[in-house]
Design a protein around this ligand. Structure first.
Ligand code: URA
Length: 434
């Protein structure tokens, strides 16, 4: 067997077997297969796709390319993964709800890149919060609090690190089987018993089309089940930012407000749906019972208690829970007012994420610095009526200069679409696949 034959087989639309897939993954990780041959195979996969069987084999081979974590807590462990969106702070709400209901949530999260945010960056806006935990300390916090959150270790799924960078450089990220194997290899390697996937669809999402989002979700659920894990997927709307805040400390504040029962309706609904799915996978009851348990954990305050204990255990200043002034403050806050009257029918989601990045909330290159105070808080959302001159939102930054802020203001005014007729809001939860 050699790479030339494997590339030729895939180029002609053939189905690769387990030995061929293992030969490729092992050889690419250990450096015996050069980038140009790996790139040729990846592009052949991009054009000819992969069968379900090939996708499962590729995912499992990638999963085993590095460390595999085992969760040594006495109970069901569940993970939640979002395919990435704008204003998505659900992990900070869902993890505490699920843990308050008696399951364990050992969460490995990433940083933001491009227009989408990352949970680790958000949490690091809490003064003192440490996401670089040793494996032992991570396990201890999961056992004590039910929920802990850490940055992904460098030794987890090295095959994905190399393959993702390669795909990114040859315009081959947008392939459903390759996205599935990339995400699911990492999820399987972190060892949770159950995985709930939040697959976003719409303008601010990776999967712009609903049909593609469903295809990706179906494939990911099948891949998890083939590896013996419990899994379900929620297809959620990303045609508008999730909630009212975009940007790191601003999103943590919104998550805290939601945990206090004062959250924006769509954010609350998606968080409860995802938490209830985690409980359902763990066998805590029927779908209805799990939903009720999630609501009770949120409304009784037991979920916010879990989050407070987790933040304390990870070195964070828990005074932020009661005094948002303890978060770093933005040096400049700029109000943006509406130049017209009418109902808001759409908010351009990807552009919102890019504007927040331009204010300092995201990084445009790996390892770049984040301004944790930067971002956007909307005053109005889709379906609201606005009078000319009313405030649409506020832009926050400690790092943007005057010119950048002026550009951001001009761009922000353009993200809204208005109409004289009240629009029908898209449901936040579009479908659940089990
Ligand atoms: N996120 C991942 O981790 N991998 C992909 O391929 C796409 C999104």
């Amino acid at each position: 067997m050699n790479m030339y034959e494997i590339i030729t087989k895939k180029k002609r639309g053939g189905e690769l077997n387990g030995e061929e897939i293992a030969f490729f993954v092992k050889g690419y990780v250990d450096g015996t297969i050069p980038d140009y041959q790996a790139a040729a195979l990846v592009m052949a996969i991009w054009f000819n796709s992969m069968t379900e069987r090939e996708t499962v084999l590729l995912t499992q081979e990638m999963e085993h390319s590095g460390d595999i974590l085992s969760q040594s807590v006495d109970g069901f462990t569940a993970d939640k993964h979002s395919t990435g969106g704008v204003g998505d702070k659900t992990t900070l709400i869902v993890g505490p709800i699920a843990a308050a209901c008696g399951i364990f949530v050992p969460k490995m999260s990433g940083r933001g890149l491009g227009h989408t945010g990352g949970t680790i960056d958000k949490l690091e806006s809490i003064p003192g919060f440490n996401t670089a935990l040793s494996a032992e300390r991570f396990e201890e916090i999961v056992r004590d609090c039910g929920f802990a959150i850490a940055g992904q270790t460098g030794k987890l799924v090295p095959a994905d690190k190399k393959l993702y960078a390669l795909r990114d450089s040859i315009s081959a990220v947008d392939s459903i089987p390759l996205i599935c194997s990339s995400i699911m290899s990492k999820k399987l390697a972190t060892g949770a018993d159950g995985i709930v996937l939040d697959v976003k669809t719409g303008d601010g999402a990776f999967m712009k089309s609903y049909d593609d989002a469903v295809k990706l979700a179906e494939l990911m659920v099948k891949t998890a089940k083939a590896a013996g894990r419990k899994c379900s997927a929620v297809i959620s709307d990303m045609e508008q930012p999730l909630g009212m805040a975009v940007g790191n400390s601003l999103e943590v504040i919104e998550a805290l407000e939601t945990l206090k029962g004062r959250g924006e309706a769509r954010l609350r609904e998606l968080s409860l749906t995802l938490a209830a799915e985690m409980l359902l996978l763990s066998g805590k009851g029927t779908a209805k019972e799990c939903r009720k348990a999630a609501e009770e954990a949120l409304d009784s305050g037991s979920a916010i208690d879990v989050f407070r204990r987790t933040v304390k255990a990870q070195g964070g200043d828990t005074n932020v829970f009661d005094d948002y002034g303890k978060f770093p403050r933005a040096a400049a806050v700029t109000e943006v007012r509406s130049s017209e009257s009418g109902y808001i029918t759409h908010i351009h989601c990807e552009e919102t994420g890019l504007i927040a990045c331009s204010l300092g909330a995201g990084r445009t290159e790996l390892g770049g610095r984040i301004d944790s105070t930067a971002g956007i808080v909307f005053s109005k959302t889709v379906g609201d009526h606005v009078e000319k001159g009313e405030v649409l939102g506020r832009l926050y930054s400690s790092s943007a200069d005057e010119k950048t802020t002026a550009e951001a203001v001009a761009r922000f005014s353009e993200v809204f679409t208005f109409s004289h007729e009240k629009p029908i809001q898209m449901e936040i939860v579009r479908k659940i696949l089990r």
